[in-house]
Ligand binder design. Sequence first.
Ligand SMILES: Cc1cc2nc3c(=O)[nH]c(=O)nc-3n(C[C@H](O)[C@H](O)[C@H](O)COP(=O)(O)OP(=O)(O)OC[C@H]3O[C@@H](n4cnc5c(N)ncnc54)[C@H](O)[C@@H]3O)c2cc1C
Length: 487
Amino acid sequence: MNRSEQLARLADPSEIWDVIVVGGGATGLATALDAAARGYRTALLEQADFAEGTSSKSTKLIHGGVRYLRNGEIGLVRESLRERGRLLRNAAGIVEPLAFVVPAYRWYERFFYGTGLALYDRLAGGLGIGRTGHPGAAAVSERVPNLRRRGLRGGTLYWDGQFDDAALALAMARTAVTQGAAVANHVRVVGLVKEQGRVAGVEARTRFDGREFVVRGKVVVNATGVFADEVRRMDEAEAKESVRPSQGIHLVLERRFLGGDTAVMIPKTEDGRVLFAIPWKNRVLLGTTDTEGGEVSLHPRPLAEEIDYLIRHAALYLDEAPSHGDIRAVFAGLRPLAKPPKAQGGGSSASVSRSHCLFKSDSGLVTMTGGKWTTCRQMGEDAVDLAAAVGGLPMRPCGTADLTLLGPSPAEDSELFDVELPYRMGEVDRAVREEMALTLDDVLSRRTRAAFLDEAATRRCAPKVARRMAQLLGRDEAWVREEVADF
Ligand SMILES: Cc1cc2nc3c(=O)[nH]c(=O)nc-3n(C[C@H](O)[C@H](O)[C@H](O)COP(=O)(O)OP(=O)(O)OC[C@H]3O[C@@H](n4cnc5c(N)ncnc54)[C@H](O)[C@@H]3O)c2cc1C
């Protein structure tokens, strides 16, 4: 993926795109990929980096949603399990099976969760990963050596998918480009173009040099997550709220806080929330929280009470409990929860499923809110079905159900970033040359996941990585200093 080539295509004034997608997170990328795979001329603009918003800050599970089962949302679980199976097949190497244990400390828990998870297996049908089992206390301890042993009566073992969210986003962007789409990061949509009252394109501005150009198209899809209402107000100044952000954070700990390769899921903490401890790369992710009402931001900040909450709950389930000093990194993201369209008033609307919400405005702006990473392919399909109808495009069948996503090309074997980080300098070259990395943060947070794994180690290696980027991008020492300071 060459950014200059992509930008030149987007800025070409003679081009009229079939579908323009605003936002390069899970939702926007899935929509662009679907549109391009159907043969529609497709453009995507992302104001920051691909997945820099919510989509790089998830729990990194491709899951059916055991908790929806508890709420009786069978349809949603079935849809998610089907999409889980497709992602495991289409993005093999980025999405992988992961074993989970639900520990039982009360006699009835093994039976209760075992029955629910057996249903989970049945709903997955032919797309199941592995069978649910019922290990005894010794077998559970062997899988998760640091799980609290006192009172442990065994547990339920089940399977879900795990992935690298930023890597999947990039794979979708690269695959969309091979399907003919033009995509660019660091290009912000600052306004909508209207002709005779209908949305007919977007006004774009590049992030670092402030270049402005117009991109024209037959239909515009607003896939901007928690920013959806900002874009809707470029269309209708009085548009009512359609998203309700809810913040979730994760703490990153050393692997010894689990001790094995099996994740732990606590379906119901004392205050009724779900808690995960998940092995991911060379660390353990502990999450998450659910805090409503914060400020809408690309980089939300974890709150002290969220960190305390996770540390306190980890101590209830782990023999060696982590303290604040054991935290290697923290990340926070905002769920773009959909507000039911009826509550918004104005414009015709259609709720596609309980997990995501799709509607169009009177002037034809298509907006998608809600959903999750797991179901993004289905969300893209639904968005393109509606966009094709709104844009008067010839109807064509969706082609993403069996579309294999491009994996990253191998990087040169070279010097490590840092002894604490599983990344090598050759990955910087690949990120800049082939993956549109433009900032130090692009490389340290999303082309590699260094900043998500170890903040101190990442700070140590930041100048070295910035200097290598400067060589590749033709930048000077002042740029290096600025990037390191910004990061
Ligand atoms: C804590 C947490 C844990 C989660 N865990 C999971 C999980 O394990 N599994 C799962 O399936 N789902 C999970 N989710 C849900 C999933 O991460 C989200 O549903 C998904 O990432 C949302 O993607 P999005 O594209 O809608 O939003 P975003 O990723 O936020 O993308 C929107 C993009 O639009 C861009 N944008 C905004 N305004 C403009 C503009 N004017 N011009 C151009 N671009 C613009 C933004 O920069 C942003 O990149 C989790 C969510 C959270 C918060």
